[in-house]
Design a protein around this ligand. Sequence first.
Ligand code: HDD
Length: 724
Amino acid sequence: MQHRPVGVDRPLLILLRSFAMASKKTATPRSTTRSTTRTGGATRDSRGQGDELHQPAGGKHPPLTTNQGLPLSDNQNSLHATPRGPGLLEDFILREKITHFDHERIPERIVHARGSGAHGYFELSKSLARYTTARILTEVGERTPLFCRFSTVAGGAGSIDTPRDVRGFAVKFYTQQGNWDLVGNNIPVFFIQDAMKFPDVVHSVKMEPDRGFPQAASAHDTFWDFISLTPEAMHMIMWAMSDRAIPRSLRMIEGFGVHSFRLLNAKGASTFVKFHWRPKLGLQSAVWDEACKLAGADPDFHRRDLFEAIENGDYPEWELAVQLFTQEQADAFPFDHLDATKLIPEELVPLTVIGRMVLDRWPDNFFAETEQVAFCPSHVVPGIDFSNDPLLQGRLFSYLDTQLSRLGSPNFHQLPINAPKCPFANLQRDGHMQMRVPRGRVNYEPSSLDPQSPRETPAGFRSASVPADDGAKGRVRPESFADHYSQARQFYRSQTPYEQAHIASALVFELSKVGTAHVREAIVGHLRHIDSALARRVADGLGLAALPAAPPAAVAAKDLPVSPPLQIIGKMKSTLQGRCVGLLIDDGSDAGTVRALRKAVEAAGARVKIVAPRIGGAKLSDGKPQTADGQLAGTPSVVFDAVAVVLADKAGKRLAKEGAAIDFVRDAYGHLKAIAVDQGGQWLLDAGGIERDEGVVDASDARSFVAAAKGRLWEREAKVRTLA
Ligand code: HDD
């Protein structure tokens, strides 16, 4: 927006005015026209010509008003004593606007600040009526509206989407019995066992307090120092160093409620439950180099991906599955299910799919919805209750407290995104930002004066009535929480060799950013308890002369059976559904090949985006123009799942001297993606030193390209990088 020039002199005003008139005739961009007209007017009554210019063709706009509803005649100029004189305190319109602007931000979340959300619904396919009275889990076919927010943990609200980090997976179900918040992560275990340690783990991973960096990264001294002194974190560390922490798309992550919860049936009998989200598109992760480059190419990669999928009607979907188990079963587990650093292998308690979540609507307003949504694990519905997991017990306090500070009022539940969609009523009153206007005299209970006042109901929430454990009060960690390494070993040993190499390499990468030698060594010491070969790989990668001593372990690691569902590769789907293929073209690209590739890719369920040296596109071999979706320099291959290069010979030769074009194929190759090239595209392969393999196919062979593009070419990896 242009401002009225200060001290503008008369000849210039005349010049600007005549420019405004001219630009009106020649349809100059609206903003220029508008402000020059106002400036040229240099009058306090700026209605008339300006208002016409404010109306886009065919628009009928409501009047612009203050927050009190006062219609405004001038939204361009503040009030001045004289045209060139001082501003006036009287200008309540300016003050209202600026004051509101000054208060536009609310405190960002301390963790999970960076997030993307969407509306959707949950549909139950299998009733759990035997176990629970929660209507959302008993009425097959019923759709419950919901809001889901994905997040990274460590970075601030404006940080990148693709750091190595845990992803938050929080769902607010607006059920007919009140809101149920399932506030989970994409990893089924957590770093710590007791909420007492949460501020410590978070402080350690956030940017270091003296220097203010690194942002959104765990690869620094304080995090690994804390971890090296917290052996209970080692299981979660295995997950965090796996490719689970660098998802390719939020549509392709799993979600976990982490803790054991309880389901309660009408008779009051309770069953333990763990909740799992499983993506319809299968799991898919980036490779580390790709995740790093994505951070530069598109810091909003995940948010944009989610937005575009929903805009295109390609609605992301997850299955909701449960693990149900009794107290007797839990007593027989070789671990304590109340310990959030442990998971229940699917082989021990299988998953039962009970419904699906579909995200089908992007929020209308990021702040009002994604930023103001307030999740609390304490938000449950009748028929769902908590377990004694000491991490969960701490969370039941923390989130309400955080919302009071972030949203500034005990009435945060009245914001549209947080308000239940079922009727709700109680005798709580007043407070900052009270939106409701309660009627009558009765704001207490019991009462006899108002037959309409809300009352307890037998269908209301009840806590499970279960006998307490024996034992004395105290600040203690149960003995049953003491085994820190067995499940870490089980996780590592359940991975494919590719995934094991990624875990080892991630550890080397992270620890190489740790300046303190004894911290690096201490971590390798812990790894010895998990897997001695892993410890050796990481020690070699760090260049340690000798293997550091392992710290004493409270409980020696046991060999648990491997569990393939813990893999990512095993859970990838061979599909192009929901993926995106980049097609690099330039003038003269063969129109038939472009058409055939597009057809084949779209038939396989993926989208095609055209990349060209100029955003205006290119003229294909048939003389027809083809517009581009991205300009080459700003649309590298990292943003695609596979790429095709269709170039006329001349264009191929020219682009073979262009860094962005060479990187386009070299990165796709390095990130283990399928590449299709024609003869012109071959110039880029040659310039990038790329040898053909089964993932590099002829552009004329669309079928082979689609087949190769359905997965990553793991066998190629040893050729392109040294892994630990
Ligand atoms: Fe937490 C946010 C998930 C442990 C305290 N947490 C937050 C969010 C997710 C999780 C997904 C973001 C919700 C959103 O999108 O707004 N947190 C977890 C999981 C945990 C966990 C899966 C362990 C199993 N958290 C945890 C503990 C505490 C907290 C132990 C404190 C005792 N978490 C918070 C918080 C946040 C939060 C500080 C920050 C913003 C917010 O709550 O609304 O209260």
